[in-house]
Design a protein around this ligand. Structure first.
Ligand code: VGL
Ligand code: ZN
Length: 206
């Protein structure tokens, strides 16, 4: 299973710079409980971590005159300009779950001028080791949840499906940046080959 970007800066619990709605302490507690349970049932847990240099081009602060959440063109594509977040080696870039639970943590977003929402890519089309690590272990089904539904969860899930994994996203363990785009992500994922369920109760583990 893949836990997506449950990091301080994305939570209101840790007063993150990009704290998303409903990412309170109770949410993180439920994520942890689910992970312990899944691990007990024998699943390996892979985690993704947004990991930006402090002058990353996705930060509005690096574009004079721009405001947070404005959209610009970067490499010919829409790029949301975010508040600075998940800066390498800062406290709020940490994943809020005991690292001993993870088989592997993959970082993304390290390239100065490329953003990457997907845990399968560092940015600019360069892959992380996630795909090869999963395939080496013979993993073919991926449970997925985390933050943010409308960005990194969606992108990681859709890429996972494209790369041949059977992906299931559990929405009640996800939190999104914006309710509208999160609803749209949930509606759009099935057409991209991603199974979407509301709760872990709907999933048979092995
Ligand atoms: C994310 C915005 C910017 C995410 C990462 O984890 O969904 N969102 N960087
Ligand atoms: Zn980011």
């Amino acid at each position: 299973m893949v836990l997506v970007d449950v990091q301080g800066d994305f939570t209101v619990w840790k007063k993150g710079s990009l704290g998303v709605a409903g990412s309170d302490r109770a949410y993180v507690r439920r994520v942890k409980a689910a992970l312990y349970d899944l691990k007990k049932k024998g699943l390996d847990i892979y985690a993704t971590q947004d990991w930006h240099p402090k002058n990353h081009l996705s930060f509005f602060t690096n574009h004079p005159g721009k405001k947070p959440f404005e959209v610009i063109k970067l490499h010919g594509q829409d790029q949301v300009l975010w508040p600075p977040h998940c800066v390498q080696c800062t406290e709020n870039a940490e994943i809020l779950v005991d690292k001993s639970l993870f088989k592997l943590v993959v970082q993304k977003g390290m390239l100065m001028d490329w953003d990457s929402y997907s845990g399968f890519y560092v940015g600019g089309g360069t892959k992380t080791i996630l795909e090869s690590a999963l395939k080496k272990e013979g993993v073919d089904k991926l449970l997925m949840f985390g933050i943010a539904t409308d960005y990194c969860v969606k992108s990681t899930a859709v890429d996972g499906a494209k790369l041949g994994f059977e992906v299931t996203v559990v929405t009640d363990l996800c939190r999104g940046v914006d309710p509208k785009t999160s609803d749209k992500a949930i509606q759009d994922m099935p057409a991209a080959g991603v199974r979407v369920v509301e709760s872990l109760d709907e999933v048979r583990i092995r």
